[in-house]
Design a protein around this ligand. Sequence first.
Ligand code: DIG
Ligand code: MN
Ligand code: MN
Ligand code: MN
Length: 386
Amino acid sequence: PFAPKPADKFTFGLWTVGNPGADPFGGPTREKLEPAKIVELLGDVPGVHGVNFHDNDLIPIDATDAEANQIKKDFRKALKRTGLKVPMATTDLFRDPVFKDGAFTSNDAEIRAYAVQKVMRAMELGAEFGAKTYVFWGGREGAESDATKDPVVAIKRMREAIDFLCQYSIDRKFGYRFAFEAKPNEPRGHIYNAVTGSYLAFIQTLKHPEMCGVNPEMAHEHMAGLNFVHQVAAALEAGKLFHIDLNDQEFGRFDQDYRFGSISYKHSFFLVKLLVDYKYDGLKHFDSHAFRQSNYDDVKAFARGSMRTYKILEHKVKQFNKDKDIQKLLRQINRKSKAAEQLVSKYSKSNANALLEREFDRKKLAERPLPYEELDQRVFDLMMGV
Ligand code: DIG
Ligand code: MN
Ligand code: MN
Ligand code: MN
């Protein structure tokens, strides 16, 4: 049981299962694999839907045209052999030193223009492989010292770039939906648009808000000390959950990009419950990587485990939604009142007057039982399989 299938739309980035295990205090512990080899590795893991890439995960920034064509040829062959799709593409606007002070928000107009050009070319590359979702993670859009950049100007520069690129996507008929990914810090001391909510606000100020949504990442909202499920709920409710980066993270740490469900079972359970209850049928991308100690066999176990964990939590959600005790408690804690609901559901002068006249027994209302200890322990039992 818990076997994933392509219809689950689980995806991995070339940079996730291909992560060679380096960290700020140590070099790589795994050999660097060519893109085609990474596709083959994912092909060995049953049930994967697709593989995503940054432009430079696939084509190194200094590759010659001949090298680029060879890489694409090998990559395409591996995709054909494994049946994997390429549903999402994105741009590396963070690794190269030219972006050391930002890309779209750089203080240098030449660099801002170069960043937009780089995205245009990367959108073309993604479209070549059928990607329909384009992610923007502004890893370098930020500051260490606010002496260096006016944060209001930074927002305007970001908007200028995105409005331009939306129009470019429309003109080229790429059919992309843009998904913005927030992160509060790292690698910059502070990153602009720090949380998913910031992007939900930013989208409303764009020329083409309809083609723009968000790509919330669990580790990133947890780094900001937020409840990831509530951030995703806000995106869902706004019809803006265009993509999601699943992983895990200890609160208050650097970006750990742990395997999904490996740290916080409860938050992961309620995230899957939200996606199941609201029938999210989008891509489920594991933006995470195996431990530095793992070899590539264990990386495959990481990929298998990511999807299996999700399927197990899906099964737990079904149990939760069927559990008699839990459902009875949920009915009990939600009190209906036709009269009260009618009054506030639609404003009218008469409703306003009636509401002002209405008597509320505050003391009685405050005494209504809310057996939340009872309820929360049912979740614990469920999670622990007792
Ligand atoms: C980091 O969480 C970012 C980059 O890996 C990439 O740009 C994006 C795509 O999911 N996530
Ligand atoms: Mn130190
Ligand atoms: Mn991350
Ligand atoms: Mn991510």
